[in-house]
Design a protein around this ligand. Structure first.
Ligand SMILES: [Zn+2]
Length: 94
């Protein structure tokens, strides 16, 4: 999983992964520990978390796109989104 560094919201317990949502178009930053979602690295910089529904399939409410059904984004996808410079590391395939 490619990530943009540690999550600030859960005191850096988890990585903020680049996640491709169910529409296979939207990429968000998703914390693997506390499930914080940011719509962009800029929102992360501002500490502006996106609201996500409490139940499956975990709709990212501002954009009405489900998280469940997606997968980790690839470096090609993150770069195409213009966020290549925001990739800080890769946790591997787990
Ligand atoms: Zn977190």
């Amino acid at each position: 999983m490619l990530h943009a560094g540690a999550c600030d919201f859960c005191s850096k317990q988890g990585w903020l992964g680049f996640y491709l949502c169910d529409d296979h178009e939207t990429i968000v930053l998703l914390c693997v520990e506390c499930e914080t979602v940011y719509l962009s690295p800029e929102d992360r910089d501002r500490g502006s978390r996106a609201r996500v529904s409490d139940t499956l399939p975990y709709i990212v409410e501002p954009i009405n796109v489900p998280i469940v059904g997606g997968r980790d984004a690839t470096s090609i996808e993150v770069t195409a989104r213009g966020w290549g410079a925001r990739i800080e590391g890769d946790t591997g395939s787990t």
